[in-house]
Design a protein around this ligand. Structure first.
Ligand code: C2E
Ligand code: MG
Ligand code: MG
Ligand code: MG
Length: 289
């Protein structure tokens, strides 16, 4: 049969490619059901202030709790959703869940905690993005300062003008913008020059490189110093060891996020971790770069 023959040829030439297409097709077939059945869940990974070692908010990270395949990590499905446009719905779902949680914390009388959500580069080009986010914080009646937005540095390359305008509009509405994966793209400094973000999140790659460690450390130290001159707070991603913490303290890095302090965890575990623990006050991030 014709179709079968085609598949055989595909396998013969590029088995990994056809497996990839199959996996992607499965994701596409299952994504709407997954959304309808709440299979996507929010994990929270706390950030820490290195000056006092107190928690400072968290990043919300998506997980897919698949009924038969177990836990699927975002790297396996986010790029597929970005390709087929489903990312709009999924990111909104995450933002909504986070706002709902922020509302719940306020109702329970807890201290305010900023939570950052990821905004896919694809959603940066939704002309309704600003009003969607504005409506969302209104719906839950939470201050926009608490819903921080992480935008990957490389999104700037797609269309610098749109990016700059959107970021400034979001800031006008009170949202705080974090430049995610700083240093991973091809025009990091140019992007930093043109996009007036509120916080720099340095790419995990500068922390994990063993081969080029000395070079990574020099670059890190200069990024931190430059951020200081720009009066920008810095969050270092991917901090896994005590040695890394010591080094980051020695070069004046303000904030960290990484397995050394805490892994991403389900909401109830995150609540157990922070309840009764003093947090770094929300305002202090802008005083404390
Ligand atoms: P990201 O936004 O840069 O998130 C940080 C990633 O680093 C997370 O991976 C986190 O688990 C991981 N990480 C944190 N600390 C450490 C550490 O000490 N060592 C190592 N090796 N890794 C650490 P995760 O959760 O797998 O997410 C991967 C990426 O998927 C995220 O990178 C982000 O780009 C994307 N993503 C996650 N959730 C969402 C979402 O809701 N929407 C969108 N659009 N993208 C998301
Ligand atoms: Mg992020
Ligand atoms: Mg990042
Ligand atoms: Mg990253």
């Amino acid at each position: 049969e014709c179709k079968g023959k085609y598949m055989v040829t595909m396998y013969y030439y590029k088995p990994e490619l056809s497996e990839k297409i199959e996996r992607e097709q499965e994701i596409v077939n299952e994504m709407q059901t997954a959304l309808d059945e709440n299979q996507f869940v929010v994990y929270y990974q706390p950030k820490y202030n290195l000056r006092n070692e107190l928690p400072y908010g968290a990043e919300a990270l998506i997980r897919w709790k698949h009924p038969t395949k177990g836990m699927i990590m975002p790297g396996a499905f986010i790029p597929v959703f970005e390709k087929n446009g489903f990312i709009g719905k999924v990111d909104y779902y995450m933002w909504d869940k986070v706002c709902q949680w922020l509302r719940k914390r306020m109702d329970e009388g807890h201290e305010s905690i900023p939570v950052s959500v990821n905004v896919s580069r694809v959603n940066m080009y939704n002309p309704n993005l600003v009003s969607i986010l504005e409506d969302l914080v209104k719906k839950y009646d939470i201050p926009p300062e608490l819903l921080n937005l992480e935008i990957t540095e490389s999104a700037y390359m797609d269309s610098p003008g749109v990016m700059e305008k959107t970021v400034m509009e979001l800031q006008e509405k009170g949202f705080m913008i974090l430049m995610d994966d700083f240093g991973s793209g091809y025009s990091s400094l140019n992007t930093l020059k043109n996009i007036p973000v509120d916080v720099l999140k340095i790419d995990i790659n500068f922390m994990s490189g063993v081969e080029n460690q000395r070079r990574s450390e020099c670059i890190l130290a200069s990024i931190i110093r430059m951020a200081g001159w720009l009066e920008l707070p810095v969050v270092m991603e991917g901090v896994e060891t005590a040695e890394q913490v010591d080094f980051l303290k020695s070069i004046g890095c303000g904030y960290v996020q990484g397995f050394y302090y805490a892994r991403p965890m389900p909401q109830n575990e995150y609540e157990d971790l922070i309840n009764g623990v003093r947090q770094t006050p929300v305002e202090s991030i802008s005083e404390n770069h």
